[in-house]
Design a protein around this ligand. Structure first.
Ligand code: SF4
Length: 199
């Protein structure tokens, strides 16, 4: 874990930008091939002033149909574990590194991650969370490059702009693997103390 958690405010958003503007641009986006197979874009949702932002991998089938993040089985599990630490999904902001569903839920490709990165950058600048929780290895790779999720889950690092990142397994992976499920629940228990430190 980071020795101390920074509390100063980040650099903020670009002038005139808004979450609604980001959502609208994502809605019409054709920057990468994932635009061709999607039903709906899934920009993300939650408290626009959230202290905690969860960043997952990509929309799945349910998310693609409804345009909302983490609403399938893994989303229910995420909500359940949030409840265990006294949080609700309405209090946090939930998004992902790509906003459109990859075909057959394959991994997002480097060019797709790169094409979509600006939207997440802007969401982070606008929400200005103090804590970013990475869910799974694609989100983790953005702030913990070259690391392995099995080795660093539960770790907290300063990532600049007065923020820290907490690496966690993806809830879908946690549901498939009982030891990872236990780790997911334990890692989430770090959040209340982290929130106390930054607020
Ligand atoms: S995944 Fe991102 S970059 Fe690709 S089409 Fe969707 S919104 Fe655009």
């Amino acid at each position: 874990m980071a020795d101390s958690v920074p509390t100063e405010s980040g650099s903020g958003s670009r002038s005139g930008d808004s979450l609604a503007q980001v959502d609208a641009e994502i809605h019409d986006c054709e920057r990468c091939p994932l635009s061709q197979g999607r039903i709906l874009t899934v920009p993300g949702e939650g408290d626009p002033n959230a202290v905690v932002m969860f960043v997952g991998e990509a929309p799945g089938a349910q998310e693609d149909k409804q345009g909302r993040p983490f609403i399938g089985r893994s989303g229910k599990f995420l909500e359940q574990v949030l409840t265990q630490v006294g949080l609700s999904r309405q209090e946090v902001f939930i998004t992902s590194v790509v906003k459109c569903r990859p075909p057959k839920n394959r991994d997002p490709r480097p060019a797709e991650l790169s094409a979509c990165a600006d939207y997440l950058d802007r969401q982070i600048a606008l929400v200005d969370p103090r804590i970013i929780v990475t869910l799974g290895r694609f989100s983790m790779a953005r702030w913990f490059p070259g690391e392995k999720i099995t080795q660093i889950h539960g770790q907290v690092r300063e990532i600049g702009e007065g923020r820290v990142a907490l690496a966690m397994f993806h809830p879908a992976a946690a549901l498939r693997n009982p030891p990872w499920r236990t780790a997911f629940e334990q890692d989430m228990q770090r959040l209340p103390e982290l929130i106390r430190q930054v607020t």
